[in-house]
Design a protein around this ligand. Structure first.
Ligand code: DGY
Length: 334
């Protein structure tokens, strides 16, 4: 009988879900949340056939140089800019992600940040907890309305569309910018109108960023873009750090060139730019947009299904539901 294959689970994630991997493989699962060094990643991948990884685990060409058995990486996340897809494809390593299951939860969170930033919720709470509330003032902590305003969405994939659909309830006009325009039927369903990026920046009262991160979207919102926005506008980033130039954003927030921001992602996570930490008009959360219990479980479950299938086991053997790099199979000759 041939030896069982091995998989590495890089972070502690719902052990009862991860246990499904044990029906097929020997599993080495991390006992604690770990920020791996590149050498530790290379070590972990060296003798395994597959890995279940989180979006903070970086895997590039050097990480897989000695990973001769590696055939599949299942990312627990829809975004996969932590992975060097070209290098993994060339090495015949199938990569999967977890789309769809987090769409609605993440869209909910865009609105959480938008409402909190526009209505100064965390700033107000800090003020109250600090004991300042000794009288009631009519002009205190005035925020910005959502109803009747214009919502801009940069990136109109699944999550962007889910954000747009929620705007109907607030009676907002929705504009979006995306490389390609949506079908007219989808635009109607989202009540959203395509505009160029410049118009999006200039016309939005509230701008939500939902684009994937890559060379084409690095600092998609930097000083020049911020200068085009209304000084009364609110910016929300639930996409990825690096889409926004954090230093430029902090500068705009401090100088009153932007009213407020709600951020879930940062350029150097888990470090947050000190200038952002110093701004009172920004709501900061630690990359939790998809973090409802049900959704995080669903993401891990989907990643487990993907890994089982990518390693040729289970009902979807060799047909992982969310394969990102079909060319890896060619490189492998599958
Ligand atoms: C994703 O799925 O890409 C999120 O950022 C992590 O939950």
């Amino acid at each position: 009988m041939s030896a069982r294959r091995r998989v590495w689970v890089t972070q502690p994630v719902f052990p009862d879900v991860v246990d499904r991997l044990r029906d097929h493989f020997d599993v080495a699962a991390a006992g604690a949340v770990t920020a791996y060094t590149p050498a530790q990643v290379a070590d972990g991948l060296r003798d395994v056939d597959g890995a279940l990884v989180g979006v903070t685990d970086r895997i590039d060409a050097s990480a897989i140089a000695g990973a001769n058995r590696l055939k599949a990486i299942a990312n627990i996340g829809v975004g996969y800019n932590n992975l060097d897809i070209a290098a993994l494809s060339a090495a015949g390593v199938a990569v999967t992600n977890t789309p769809d299951v987090l769409t609605e939860t993440t869209a909910d969170f865009a609105w959480t940040l938008l409402l909190a930033a526009a209505r100064r919720v965390t700033e107000a709470e800090r003020w109250l907890r600090d004991g300042h509330w000794t009288d009631w003032s009519f002009e205190r902590l005035l925020g910005r309305d959502l109803h009747g305003s214009t919502l801009g969405i940069l990136g109109m994939g699944r999550i962007g569309r889910a954000v747009a659909r929620r705007a109907l309830g607030f009676g907002m006009r929705v504009l979006y910018h995306n490389r390609s325009r949506l079908d007219a039927a989808v635009e109607r369903e989202c009540s959203a109108r395509w505009v160029g990026k410049d118009e999006l920046l200039a016309a939005s009262d509230h701008l939500v960023l939902v684009v994937p991160y890559g060379p084409g979207t690095h600092h998609a919102i930097g000083a020049p873009e911020l200068a085009c926005m209304k000084s009364t506008a609110v910016l929300v980033n639930i996409a990825r750090g690096g889409v926004v130039d954090d230093a430029a954003l902090a500068d705009a927030l401090q100088k009153g060139r932007l009213a407020a921001a709600g951020l879930d992602v940062y350029e150097n996570e888990p470090a947050v730019h000190p200038a952002l930490l110093a701004c009172r008009n920004v709501v900061l959360t630690p990359h939790i947009a998809s973090a409802s219990e049900a959704t995080r479980r669903a993401m891990v479950s989907l990643a487990v299904d993907n890994l089982i299938a990518a390693l040729g086991e289970g009902p979807q053997a060799h047909r992982p539901p969310n394969l990102v790099n079909a060319d890896s199979l060619l490189a492998r000759g599958t």
